[in-house]
Design a protein around this ligand. Sequence first.
Ligand code: MRU
Length: 328
Amino acid sequence: MRVVPFKFEANTFWLLDQRQLPLEEAWVACHTAVDAADGIHDMVVRGAPAIGVTAAYGMVLAHLSGENPTEADQVLRKSRPTAVNLFYALDRMKPHWGDLEGSLREARAIWDEVEQTELAISQNGARVLKGQVLTHCNTGPLATGGYGTALGAIIEAHRQGRVSHVWVDETRPYLQGARLTAYELQKVGVPATLITDNMAAYFMSKGQVDAVILGTDRMALNGDFANKIGTYGVAVLAHYHEIPFYPALPLSSVDPRLETGEAIPIEERSGLEVTTVHGIPMAPEGFPAAHPAFDVTSHALVTGIVTEKGVLYPPFDESLRLAMGLLD
Ligand code: MRU
């Protein structure tokens, strides 16, 4: 069964605490925009589309709790920097400031659109997948509130008998692959094997990876895209081994203000997430550790971009603009 990362009940927005998964299914109540921003910042909820929906409901909560909309919008905008869906959702909520009914309708519409676009992304992505696929990070229902993007396509391709097995990168340091993707694939019964990130090259070299599909936090108009740290390495490996490589995303994850990926802001997270796992030290105490949470992959390494409008092919600066209605 599909898992849900949030629910709106009795004027409260509930977040499934993804920090506790897969060990425990606990829910966190959000009554205010500040609660929703904390939930995003603290990774109770994560994944680009899910962050967008949470921010939209954060603005609904601002109305319900009497918070100042300008301040609520600002606190939500500061919760995480990389996924453009956060800013996309908040921009859509702005015309409804001061109108509870309107803001509720818009937040629900943003959530509904996540579901609708992901049905199409899953169908479109399934067509280009076969055999054994590798994925990085988590792009399933937990990351979106819908059917999932890359993981939605994998699940659909398995349902159609096209995909037989999934290699799940554990996704150091935050372990979204090990904790969340493994949890979701196990729930839906798709055969999968967890590997550490540094094993991907080995299985590719043995001819055991037929395609790579993964998510996107923000894409530029030329097809460069930011995704979970380690994505760039997987793309280079796929290119070397001549394995098709597909980012999957709703077109709302494309930032129309960016021509290239150079200016995408990259979140820097605490080094403690590198030196410890679940609070257990893995390195000498106080040892410096870097933690950029995302990297940018060049469009030159991309075979095709899986969207709700179909799979787009190079030149991406044309095919993306066409799909987004920015060209005649
Ligand atoms: O730091 P996270 O867990 O929010 O990062 C998530 C990712 O990088 C996903 O691949 C991306 O948001 C796409 S989700 C469909």
